[in-house]
Write a protein that binds this ligand. Structure first.
Ligand SMILES: [Ca+2]
Length: 572
């Protein structure tokens, strides 16, 4: 998790990194230069700035404009002035999703089919870092004149890190998760030597620091008014450990005393009322859970079946999670206010998404101390409840609340069922997106972000023609959606630790690791409750063949979830 191999590099010199990568950035720069000089419609003054905001482990219905009770006025305002996609998908988990978002490829194609462990050149889908056959959004945008900065969680391995993969500035966490309250040694400024803020003791909170640095980097980008900018703001909230200011947790405490069953009922009612889901959508039964370290499995219990002290402990965990989300929303508000103040909001394309569904780790009670083999649970009572969420605490909220965060869908982060891969998605761009406050049900995926950036920037995507260069991007631009134009279906695919899925049009084939395919008509049954696989064997055969072909093409080597390590292992 150390950034020791980070070095500032000349952008063009980057093309000379080890490996077979062609010097495409130089070629693209030369190819694009005449168009820029000629003042074509893609000239710098008219091209939008791009702000991609990613939340970490945020459930589908947590934020207000997707039906949640968590107060998110700034995201709600972006939704009111922009477009919400109700069927947008991520790639199941932190590392794979970040790889896919930044490269426009499926995670395995970019070398990050699992987490950050390197399984060697014989398994190119599992190198644990962005490989040479991928191009990142900042690398693609740079020859088109964009300045790029990143704030927040990288989680794509430390070699190469964000600077070597195209960002001009970085502040944040190279690894997967850590304290929100303690800056050193978890949060890093790159390239080394660049100006760094000094937070007085006891005044650091990462979500606020991310907003601070986002504003600093925007100020730096504005020094050259001719250059548009790209900012990737990847919050680590509300991933565990659940950390938030005490008074903000206190404000949510009464909300969650009613428990996860009541919250799920309230959410689906609001979602129907606001059109996030159809009237016929069924609330899934409480999802099951699987604790690999304790070798236990079960189904989330009814809230009312829990003892009062347990309910108090769990309500405090969820209140902390909600406070983290509201605090993230306030940080987003600070960035949006800056854009407004500088007259940039109109021509900045803002996208907001979550990297995966809410996190169940590992059972309905949540954990304490740390995740992994040492995970345990402490029942906090009385005055001890108030220590939760503060510096030195270490909690998750468990599978019962994760299930509520993902209302009304099945399962959680890590799985390819709807609770694992469905993300809220907001697009805001007054100058280029004329649909205000609307909902769009077309199916989208993280891979579409690269294609969108390419189209709005006029950049050239450097697809290699010789079979060894950068792989062609897999997504399609969101601009037709921004214009309200219809589009045909295209297949989308998932695989993570043996969990797998393919979605095409209204149909979804999905399976858990080691389990047979299930088939759902998502248009009628997005809750994935009526398995049609036995009734439609031909469709299952066709779709599973398409999945096999995709897997072979994209370096997917399905594997079982690794056995729990005897000690020291972590599963972010
Ligand atoms: Ca995540």
């Amino acid at each position: 998790m150390t950034p020791g191999d980070e070095h500032p590099m000349d952008p063009i010199a980057q093309a000379g990194r080890r490996g077979p990568r062609p010097s495409w950035s130089r070629m693209a720069l030369l190819a694009l230069a005449p168009a820029l000089l000629a003042g074509t419609p893609s000239a710098a003054a008219e091209r939008p700035n791009i702000l991609v905001i990613l939340a970490d482990d945020l459930g589908y219905s947590d934020i207000g404009c997707f039906g949640g009770e968590i107060r998110t006025p700034n995201l709600d305002a972006l939704a009111a002035g922009g477009l919400r996609f109700t069927q947008f998908y991520n790639a199941t988990r932190c590392c794979p999703s970040r790889a896919s978002l930044l490269t426009g490829l499926y995670p395995h194609q970019a070398g990050v089919g699992d987490m950050t462990g390197d399984e060697g050149p014989r398994r190119p889908g599992y190198r644990g870092h962005l490989t040479e056959r991928s191009a990142t959004i900042p690398e693609v945008l740079r020859p088109a004149g964009y300045r790029s900065s990143m704030v927040g969680k990288w989680h794509l391995g430390s070699n190469p890190g964000p600077i070597r993969r195209g960002f001009d500035d970085f502040y944040g966490m190279i690894g997967g998760f850590n304290s929100f309250w303690q800056e050193a040694p978890f949060y890093t400024r790159l390239p080394p030597g660049r100006p760094k803020r000094a937070y007085p003791t006891g005044r650091f909170y990462s979500t606020d620091a991310f907003a601070d640095y986002a504003l600093d980097f925007l100020a730096e980008s504005r020094r050259d008014a001719a250059r548009p900018w790209f900012l990737y703001l990847a919050f680590n909230a509300p991933h565990f450990p659940l950390h938030a200011p005490r008074e903000e947790i206190d404000r949510y405490a009464p909300t969650y005393e009613k428990g996860w069953d009541a919250i799920r009922d309230e959410r689906i009612a609001r979602m129907k009322q606001r059109g996030i889901v159809s009237e016929s959508t069924r609330l899934t039964p409480r999802s099951d859970w699987d604790h690999p370290f304790h070798r236990e499995q079960g189904v989330n219990p009814a809230w009312d079946s829990l003892p009062a002290d347990r309910r108090a402990d769990l309500a405090r965990r969820m209140a902390t999670y909600a406070a983290m989300v509201e605090h993230m929303d306030a940080a987003i508000g600070r960035v949006v206010a800056s854009l407004k103040e500088r007259g940039e909001l109109d021509n900045t394309l803002i996208l907001f998404l979550s990297d995966n569904g809410a996190c169940a780790e590992w059972d309905p009670l949540g954990f304490d101390v740390e995740t992994g083999p040492k995970t345990t649970n402490i029942l906090h009572k009385g005055a001890d409840l108030a220590s939760m969420g503060g510096p030195g605490s270490y909690q998750s909220y468990g599978s019962g609340w994760a299930n509520a965060s993902n209302t009304p869908w099945r399962l959680y982060k890590h799985y390819a069922h709807e609770g694992g891969i469905s993300t809220p998605m907001i697009a805001h761009w007054p100058a280029g997106l004329k649909r205000k406050g609307e909902l769009d049900t077309r199916v989208g995926h993280l891979v579409d972000v690269m294609a969108t950036c390419v189209e709005v920037s006029g950049a050239r995507y450097p697809a290699g023609a010789d079979g060894l260069g950068v792989l062609p991007m897999e997504g399609r631009s969101l601009l037709p959606a921004f214009r309200g134009e219809p589009e045909g279906a295209r297949p989308l695919f998932w695989e993570h630790e043996g969990n797998r899925a393919v979605r095409e049009g209204r149909w979804k084939l999905v399976a858990r690791q080691g389990q047979p395919w299930e088939l759902y008509d998502i248009e009628a049954d997005r809750s994935e409750l009526t398995d049609l696989a036995a009734r439609e064997p031909d469709r299952v055969a066709r779709m599973s063949k398409a999945w096999d072909e995709w897997a072979a093409r994209c370096f997917v080597a399905p594997k079982a979830v690794p056995e729990p390590e005897p000690s020291g292992g972590r599963r972010p």
